[in-house]
Design a protein around this ligand. Structure first.
Ligand SMILES: Cc1cc2nc3c(=O)[nH]c(=O)nc-3n(C[C@H](O)[C@H](O)[C@H](O)COP(=O)(O)OP(=O)(O)OC[C@H]3O[C@@H](n4cnc5c(N)ncnc54)[C@H](O)[C@@H]3O)c2cc1C
Length: 432
């Protein structure tokens, strides 16, 4: 173990792994720490399925073509023009070789010609999902000499006069002080922090489920803000989807998502029909419904299906609640029987019993907020300068180009390209 690390990476999700591997491959000594235990390593990428890539010609994993400009224009549309155009363009240009980079680092992808995955020219799918990608990247990191510590949380930092850093790391009862020439913050966004949610999401906070892991809690981001880092985005805005309210409060992942809303009737806890204008029935309707459910009384709503609706519904992790009559459905869901009967009758959406119901809440995927960075992923300061030895990658900086909205597969892609860029820039600085 060196006494001074060239690159210390805080956070062992896909951004941190990409950064550590990239730095190590340039010859820097690299240490990666993660506050989660080994069994939960990898952050939210554990739940991911696919990633968005620009490509000019078909490849084994993504048919057709998806030009950098098309990718950029879709990002501009989804963010209503609020993205940092220059940074977005250069990071999107980097996505053209993400497939090559991931596969060179041991990650396996699905060939759409032989798998049961959706056809997509915009995204490539991970074979074995995000967990398999994470395992492959940890294996590569270990093989090339990245030092890794689990159960290790960065708690504090101090800049020396030469802009190297002392970082305090807590591992159980033990505290270690680590000296590093550069730091890469890859600790994710603040989405899993209850206090943050209460402060910025107000009355909606109590009703929210957290789709990702509880360790991506934004504490390290807050520490860097105290240290002078400039922020970007909206702390009260997040990407949400409709999830099964019976799932775990945190880390439910993708499987608790409710994707059958277009086939049934949604009511709130007063048994009043809920509409979500513009949600439509496309693949991303559940994202529009997430924000709508968060606004419902108590942050709760119920999807009610008849047998035809259930038949059209994709498989769910938790079985629907079955009821033979409206009265027993109301009783089981804790709704007013008369009000529910009136709403069902008025909606004309359900053919008749039996009924199937899913209790729903809004599940928060991430918050549109983070640290401002320059094109080398160096963290900007509030005083207008830039930290030469402090970098950020992944969800902690994504709000620079995604201050609102979402495009499927953007999280992993941006984490990989920003991680690589931060890792290489930090290594070059440390080795200069
Ligand atoms: C349910 C779900 C499904 C998703 N599906 C997709 C998908 O299909 N495609 C896609 O592109 N994106 C998807 N995303 C988004 C994607 O997972 C994220 O954008 C990406 O994983 C972010 O990676 P990250 O490394 O920046 O942050 P994170 O994954 O949040 O990782 C941060 C890591 O930092 C660690 N950490 C935090 N604080 C500290 C500290 N103080 N000290 C040490 N370690 C710390 C945490 O333990 C964690 O491991 C999904 C997200 C969720 C929640």
């Amino acid at each position: 173990m060196p006494t001074t690390w060239d690159v210390l990476v805080i956070g062992g999700g896909v951004a941190g792994l990409s950064a550590a591997i990239a730095a190590r491959r340039l010859g820097a000594s690299a240490r990666l720490i993660d506050s989660a235990p080994q069994g939960l390593r990898g952050g939210n990428a554990r739940h991911a399925r696919n990633f968005r890539i620009a490509h000019a010609t078909p490849n084994l994993y993504a048919p057709g073509a998806y030009a950098v400009d098309e990718f950029l224009s879709e990002l501009v549309m989804t963010t209503a023009g609020q993205t940092d155009m220059e940074l977005a363009h250069s990071l999107i240009a980097d996505t053209t070789d993400v497939i090559k980079w991931l596969t060179a680092n041991g990650v396996s992808l699905q060939n759409p010609a032989i798998g049961a995955i959706p056809f997509s020219r915009r995204t490539a799918f991970l074979l074995g999902g995000g967990k398999a990608m994470i395992n492959a990247l940890y294996e590569t990191a270990a093989r090339i000499g990245v030092a890794t510590d689990y159960d290790s949380e960065a708690k504090d930092l101090r800049a020396n006069s030469d802009w190297t850093w002392e970082v305090e790391i807590r591992n159980g009862a033990a505290t270690e002080r680590v000296h590093a020439r550069t730091i890469i913050a890859a600790s994710g966004g603040p989405g899993a922090e209850p206090e943050w949610l209460r402060a910025h999401f107000g009355t909606q906070a109590e009703g929210l489920m957290i789709r990702g892991g509880a360790f991506s809690d934004g504490e390290w981001m807050k520490k860097l803000i105290e240290t002078g880092a400039q922020t970007v985005g909206n702390p009260s805005s997040g990407h949400m989807v409709a999830v099964d309210a019976r799932g775990p409060k945190a880390d439910g992942g993708i499987v608790t998502r409710i994707a059958a809303i277009p086939y049934g009737l949604v009511v709130d806890r007063n048994a009043v029909a809920v509409e979500s204008p513009g949600a439509g029935s496309g693949r991303t309707h559940h994202a529009r419904w997430g924000a709508r459910i968060a606004q419902c009384d108590g942050g709760r709503a119920f999807l009610i299906l008849d047998a035809v609706g259930l038949n059209r519904a994709p498989p769910t992790a938790l079985a629907p609640i079955l009821a033979e009559t409206i009265a027993s459905l109301a009783n089981t869901l804790g709704l007013d029987r008369v009000a529910l009967a009136r709403t069902v009758e008025a909606s004309k959406q359900l053919a008749g019993p039996p009924f199937f119901a899913f209790p729903m809440r809004a599940g928060l995927t991430f918050v549109h907020f983070g640290l401002a960075v320059d094109d080398r992923m160096r963290v900007k300061m509030r005083n207008g300068r830039t930290f030469a030895t402090l970098f950020a990658a992944g969800m902690i900086m994504v709000a620079n180009i995604l201050p609102r909205g979402y495009l499927a597969g953007l999280g992993i892609t941006l984490s990989v390209v920003s991680g690589r860029r931060a890792g290489e820039a930090a290594a070059r600085h440390a080795l200069a």
